[in-house]
Design a protein around this ligand. Structure first.
Ligand code: TNX
Length: 539
């Protein structure tokens, strides 16, 4: 596909003025507290060591960090689990430590580690971190390995953009001096990739996972099934992939993930503290399944394969037992392959069913999900009045209105909400009339529109406390390569990531746009294609 090409970005001149924004001012998503310090920072050298405690999860973050820094710096950066409390002085290097077990390089036992009283302890929580940098080294401290991982993403952004190249570059590799305390606004920060309309090989999904990790996104929603293709191998129903996986939009060859492929994606995501959310979309969006097993169709007859872009024309049989037996098998297998807590069951655009049939189906389906031990997640059609409230369930709102009575009622009944407003967070909408890829039914969405809204107050009658988080979905009817994926994702994904992570008080378009501009040299260095939005003061 044709893209608005990313213009080459000049490499920063050594010793010369840096880009307008850099270091502590440029971190994206914006941290909770940022305090740049005067004076020199920490320079990575041939002697730099990455120190972790002995915990395997912390060591893994250390190895991951070394893997990020070695290619461009050419440094060896050994990872050692030597006691990080011993790490003071010039050889301190980069220290990753868990609270309660050790202090960072700024000294043992600060007030937040049960040291001298008088300052309230920091609440880093499940994903927060504290980063301190000075001439002696960089310390990242967190309650969890996930917090350390997010701190590592911040550290990466404090280094020059050339750190994103995959061959040795000139330094110096200096982390400016300062301190950051950071933790997320929402527990759920997601992106969705539709691998059904067009199939993407495992390597593309892994690259997408790396893109999410940069911006502290912690859920990857995989839309695994739709009318045009079934993409996950189910051992008990093998024709789903053999037959249902064999095509895609436009008639290409399609494809599917074996159980081993899916496990590989999950493991890669887990190593980046990202939870995979698998979606099996039912009762609509099921033509591919019906081509494989005609007995699932309402009339018992397998339809032909579908390679167009229409929605809403298919459904599995709602009456009788066959669809529920089928779904118990499918969801059981998918649940067994998935460590995360959610099973997404779609539920959108089942236009061939009346409201009573839809409710009949969902009222049988939801307990099947719960029986696997997973939590029900579904598009907001699941909030329909006659669909019973399954305890704990999560509704994903994709509408373009800012009020929806059925969603507000589901929230009053206890549902939690993920916000994916079609006119704000949809990565498959066109940026403008002039950009080639995408659709426009929910509007044109350039990066300012993707940024300028508040998840906490978006839907009338839904209190901020019911909002679990935000997600940016990428539907792929018009997207069929990694560069297409990147063009639609950058720069909108960082906007949604900031809405999910940064405190509402830090919401500021001009500041965000300047920080976004400072990301572009990193994308260029990493070979990431992006849309040069006219909204942003690219340098
Ligand atoms: C609506 S949003 C859909 C998808 C399409 C998308 C195209 C939602 C839950 N359903 O099936 O791919 O529009 O923009």
């Amino acid at each position: 596909a044709e893209h608005t090409a990313a213009a080459p970005v000049p490499r920063p001149r050594a010793g010369g003025p840096r880009v307008a924004r850099g270091g502590f001012d440029a971190v994206l998503p914006a941290p909770v507290e940022v305090e740049p310090a005067d004076g020199p920072g920490y320079r990575l050298t041939a002697g730099t060591v990455i120190r972790t405690g002995p915990e395997p999860a912390v060591r893994a973050v250390g190895e991951y960090l070394a893997g990020l820094l070695r290619p461009a710096t050419g440094l060896t950066l050994p990872v050692t689990d030597a006691d990080p409390t011993a790490a003071t002085g010039p050889a301190a290097g980069i220290t990753l430590s868990l609270t309660g077990t050790a202090a960072g390089p700024d000294g043992p036992r600060g007030p937040d580690q049960g040291g001298p009283a008088g300052e309230a302890p920091e609440r880093l929580g499940a994903e927060g971190y504290r980063l301190t940098s000075g001439t002696d080294g960089v310390g990242i401290l967190a309650d969890t390995a996930a917090g350390l991982f997010h701190g590592v993403q911040t550290l990466r952004q404090l280094l020059p953009a050339a750190i994103d190249r995959d061959t040795p570059q000139d330094g110096p590799w200096e982390v400016p001096a300062g301190r950051i305390v950071d933790h997320p606004r929402y527990a759920y920060r997601g992106a969705m990739l539709d691998v059904a309309r067009h199939f993407f090989p495992v390597a593309d999904v892994l690259r997408f996972v790396d893109h999410l990790a940069r911006y502290k996104i912690n859920h990857l929603h995989l839309h695994l099934t739709d009318d045009q293709g079934w993409r996950i191998e189910i051992e008990s129903w093998p024709r789903l992939t053999e037959v249902g996986g064999a095509t895609e939009v436009g008639g290409g060859p399609g494809g599917y993930y074996t159980g081993a492929d899916y496990r590989r994606i999950v493991a890669y995501a887990v190593a980046r503290h990202i939870t995979v959310v698998p979606e099996i979309d039912v009762p609509g969006h099921t033509n591919a399944a019906l081509t494989a097993y005609g007995q699932l169709a309402p009339d018992g007859v397998a339809p032909p394969a579908y390679t167009g872009e229409d929605v809403g024309f298919s459904s599995v049989a709602v009456h009788g037992d066959v669809s529920y037996d089928f779904l118990a098998d499918v969801l059981g297998e998918v649940a067994a392959l998935t460590p995360g807590p959610y099973l997404h069951v779609g539920g959108d655009e089942a236009f061939t069913l009346g409201p009573a049939e839809y409710a009949t189906f969902m009222n049988r389906l939801q307990p099947i999900v719960s029986a696997t031990g997973k939590t029900v997640l579904g598009w907001h059609q699941l909030a329909a009045a006659d669909v019973r409230h399954e305890p704990g369930r999560v509704i994903q709102y994709w509408g373009t209105a800012t009020a929806d009575e059925s969603v507000a009622a589901a929230v009053r009944a206890g549902a939690r909400l993920i916000l994916s407003p079609g006119n704000r967070s949809y990565l498959d909408m066109k940026y403008s009339e002039r950009t080639p890829l995408g659709k426009d039914w929910a509007g044109l969405i350039d990066v300012r529109a993707a940024y300028d809204w508040d998840p906490g107050g978006h839907l009338d009658g839904v209190p901020g406390s019911a909002v679990l988080g935000v997600e940016a979905p990428l539907w792929t009817e018009t997207v069929d390569s990694m560069s297409d994926i990147e063009f639609m994702t950058f720069p909108r994904l960082p906007a949604v990531a900031e809405l999910g992570w940064s405190p509402a008080e830090r919401h500021d378009w001009a500041d965000f746009a300047a920080r976004l501009a400072a990301q572009a040299p990193r994308w260029t260095a990493a070979g990431i294609v992006f849309h040069r939005s006219a909204d942003v003061p690219w340098t």
